[in-house]
Write a protein that binds this ligand. Structure first.
Ligand code: GLA
Length: 594
């Protein structure tokens, strides 16, 4: 504990040590034991000094449709900063950063990771001072943050999960994957096989009826799906983006008999039922807004900034949180729902709450996030039999705190496989593959217009929780056969994908020939290798993929080629890829120790 002798104000530093995982967590609690009220304007969760060393900083940046791309830069003198000021951890910068030696690569060198367990505004600073020493600080972004702490009160800053690897970036990622899977996530589903989902959004958007949906569910069951997810559009007057958000009451014109009747029909054909919600938002054209116009964040007397025609509900208000908990639970408590996709589709701005006095407005960004966690506790934790998946305009709220509630998070609205290779690569530095929501969608892709083979789309979606986002009625016979084949392939290998050690075998930024990744079982007895070719230059040369994580002196049979090769040969020489393959061909190899 650090105590100021004059004012009696103290800061307690809280540490958690996960010795086996090379992880230390650190949080800070500010306590006002003085006789006066204090305004807290900045409290970093961690502040760490690196007395020696010359470092690179790796951050994850991006935008809607292109989340978590990697950026590696040399730390120069002065303050190097990453952060979000959008009320949400965000598409633009992720609350995760790596400091590493200049020559650190996937297998060698020191790497230090910092992940903030928080879903709102954050800041990460690395200051290289005049003596070339580096000070790292991470916590809630101090901009527009001002918390009133009365005598006797405390303020808790969120935890930073710090990991260290002396064997490069793969080792660091393994620590994060394990800590998020084994220690952070509270969901009982984190250790379970996941259902193969078919989601209604890309094929139907807001235009559907129950007959069309049931036909889709039936067809997709034949192709290997286990669960039908009804995305946006099932409630209130939600026929487009402009109306209905906030009114969590089924639209019986689309679903006669309601959700229960629809769920029963799905269950009768052996399909589970999933449902989309966006509980934190409201359209002005909704019964909720008409009844409670003061329930959204809005500066009085000024026109609010709208995004996707919606406003943010004011989660700093206890009555709004209570409403959301009871409205969503009223739907879930009727039963018949096996999965929820929890969406969040705009950034926070106009941060003014009509519930609090003017001098507390600097608390609203943080109170929003505390309200959100209270809502999630009241909905997610009271329904342990429902699998909850996070989402935010694709993957805009992919952070450690969200992973405590959601064992999987939709990674991006961009389902184009070559784009996903880059997004999955960046996401994997911090977050486990078991958390990455990835689906096969129709081609030409709606976002990029690109057409790639079915196998490539399937192998890419196996870098995650696997599912579909298409209309099976529009598929050719050949596509249907491939679909059934890869559903089966995912089902067979999903334990290895979910729990195996994950290796980035090549970077989509540096290797223009192929992107490859590998899963290795914890005892190194089996492995799955996935490759997507990037460039037709593979036509002219022998390309080898160097494998990792295998026992050097053991022999492995490669199921697809029948070869038996030593772990040493697979690491040092590699697996030879077939030549004469067009761009965006995919290969998958399963290896079993002899
Ligand atoms: C967001 C999600 C999509 C879909 C739509 C529905 O964009 O990322 O997957 O659920 O909302 O409005």
């Amino acid at each position: 504990m650090l105590k100021d002798a004059i004012t009696n104000i103290s800061v307690k530093l809280l540490y958690g040590v996960y010795f086996e995982k090379d992880v230390i967590t650190r949080a800070a609690v500010f306590c006002n034991d003085s006789e006066e009220t204090v305004q807290l304007e900045r409290l970093m969760s961690a502040s760490i000094d690196f007395m020696t060393g010359d470092y690179d900083l790796i951050g994850l940046f991006g935008h809607h449709y292109f989340e978590r791309q990697t950026d590696r830069r040399h730390l120069s003198h002065g303050i190097n900063e990453l952060g979000s000021f959008r009320g949400v951890s965000g598409h633009f910068h992720n609350p995760f950063a790596i400091l590493c030696d200049r020559n650190t690569d996937e297998d060698h060198g020191n790497a230090y990771g910092f992940a903030l367990m928080y879903s709102g505004n954050f800041i990460f600073q690395a200051e290289v001072d005049g003596y070339s020493q580096t000070r790292v600080a991470m916590g809630i972004h101090p901009k527009q943050f001002r918390f009133t702490i009365h005598p006797g009160e405390c303020f808790e800053a969120p935890e930073v999960v710090m990991a260290y690897s002396d064997s490069g970036l793969s080792g660091l990622s393994h620590s994060y994957h394990r800590i998020f899977r084994e220690n952070a996530c509270d969901s009982p589903f984190v250790n379970c096989k996941r259902s193969i989902v078919i989601n209604s959004w890309e094929p139907f958007h807001f235009t559907f009826d129950s007959e069309k949906l049931l036909e889709t569910a039936l067809l997709s069951k034949e192709l290997g799906a286990d669960m039908f997810v009804l995305d946006d559009g099932w409630f209130g007057a939600r026929d487009n983006e402009k109306a209905g958000l906030g009114d969590w009451v089924v639209n019986e014109k689309k679903l006669p008999g309601g959700l229960q009747a629809f769920s029963k029909k799905l269950h009768d054909i052996g399909m589970q039922f999933g449902l989309w919600f966006e509980p934190e938002m409201v359209n002005e054209d909704s019964d909720l807004y008409r009844a409670h116009p003061d329930w959204c964040l809005q500066v009085p007397g000024r026109a609010p900034a709208r995004s996707r025609h919606q406003l943010c509900l004011d989660l700093s208000r206890p009555d709004v949180c209570d409403y959301i908990i009871s409205a969503v639970n009223a739907v879930l408590d009727e039963g018949g729902i096996d999965y929820v996709k929890w969406d969040y589709n705009r950034y926070v701005c106009d941060v003014y709450s009509r519930y609090y006095p003017a001098d507390q407005q600097g608390e609203i960004y943080h109170r929003y996030i505390l309200g959100l966690y209270r809502i999630l506790d009241g909905i997610v934790k009271t329904h342990p039999d429902i699998l909850f998946e996070g989402c935010s305009g694709g993957g805009g709220r992919f952070d450690g705190a969200m992973l405590t509630y959601f064992p999987q998070i939709w990674c991006s609205d961009n389902t184009d496989a070559p784009s996903r290779l880059v997004i999955h690569y960046g996401t994997s530095f911090a977050y486990p593959v078991s958390a990455i929501g990835a689906h096969v969608s129709a081609c030409p892709n709606k976002k990029t217009g690109r057409t790639v083979p079915w196998k490539t789309r399937a192998v890419t979606a196996m870098h995650g929780t696997f599912g579909y986002e298409l209309d099976p009625a529009k598929m050719t016979g050949e596509e249907r056969n491939e679909c059934a084949l890869y559903s089966e392939c995912y089902r067979r290998h999903q334990d290895l994908i979910r729990t195996g050690d994950y290796y980035r075998l090549s970077s989509p930024y540096d290797n223009s020939i192929f992107t490859a990744w590998q899963f290795v079982s914890p005892d190194s007895s089996e492995s799955l290798v996935c490759v997507v070719t990037q460039d037709i230059s593979i036509l002219d040369k022998n390309s080898y993929v160097h494998l990792r994580g295998l026992s050097e002196d053991a022999f492995y049979e490669v199921e697809q080629t029948g070869q038996v090769l030593s772990g040493a040969a697979l690491a040092n020489i590699g697996l030879l890829l077939p030549s004469t393959q067009p761009q965006y061909s995919a290969f998958i190899y399963y290896l079993k120790k002899q």
